[in-house]
Design a protein around this ligand. Structure first.
Ligand code: SAH
Length: 216
């Protein structure tokens, strides 16, 4: 089947049928070629209702999870967004069309260099990426209007929340290795208001403020 057809089916059956409504998010999911972000041998699984392995023990998130997390960021087009855990670069590509600029951090070099080749090929010029430990955020570029963490993070992730601008929001799976709850944390001046959404399972955020200190 044509990738465009698979994408339309993915959006209809996995995303819209489960309640995603933001037209911008839906349009981005229809437009961005998800198969370009998975290893060539796994392209046939790119539009499946599941995470897909991208090597190095990591996965590209399930399409619905990408849609839900992006919708929760409530982007209007003017935001400066930080993503922790670039992975395949697919979530980054979805964000790219919905905000002013995306900063993204990945700790595994081959994943980052693969993503860095795909974005320009798709004409995405508002992505700034760096290699390193994103568990401490990107202090030099803070504050951010929105932060998305695409790896499982511990409950106390204050270093990151502190890099939100007033009115900013952070979407993050919080919990432990066994499972997490998807949360959105809104920053209202010096107050942080958490909201809880669904249960989920992500690969761990490692690093200084992550679930454990190294990738092993
Ligand atoms: N957003 C990605 C999801 C990738 S899975 C996508 O759409 O494909 C989560 C990613 O987080 C993995 O690539 C993993 O290497 C990365 N990661 C985990 N801990 C990290 C850390 N401390 N800093 C930066 N990246 C991290």
């Amino acid at each position: 089947m044509q990738y465009q057809v698979l994408r339309e089916k993915m959006v209809e059956e996995q995303v819209v049928a489960r309640g995603i409504k933001d037209p911008g998010v839906i349009e981005a999911l229809l437009r961005v070629p998800r198969h370009e972000f998975v290893p060539p041998a796994d392209r046939s699984s790119a539009y499946a209702d599941a995470p897909v392995s991208i090597g190095h023990g990591q996965t590209i998130s399930q399409p619905y999870m990408v849609a839900l997390m992006t919708e929760l960021l409530a982007l209007t087009g003017s935001e400066k967004v930080l993503e922790i855990g670039t992975g395949s670069g697919y979530q980054t590509a979805i964000l790219s069309g919905l905000c002013r600029v995306v900063y993204t951090i990945e700790r595994i070099e081959p994943l980052l260099s693969a993503a860095r080749k795909v974005w320009p090929a798709l004409g995405m010029a508002n992505i700034r990426a760096r290699l390193g430990d994103g568990s401490a955020g990107w202090i030099e570029e803070s504050p951010f209007d929105a932060i998305i963490v695409t790896a499982a993070a511990p409950e106390a992730l204050s270093a990151l929340a502190g890099q939100l601008a007033p009115g900013g929001r952070m979407v993050v799976p919080m919990g432990d290795l066994g499972g997490q709850v998807l949360k959105r944390i809104l920053r209202k001046q010096d107050r942080f208001e958490p909201e809880e959404f669904c249960r989920c399972v992500f690969v761990p955020l490692v690093g200084k403020f992550g679930l454990h200190a190294n990738g092993n």
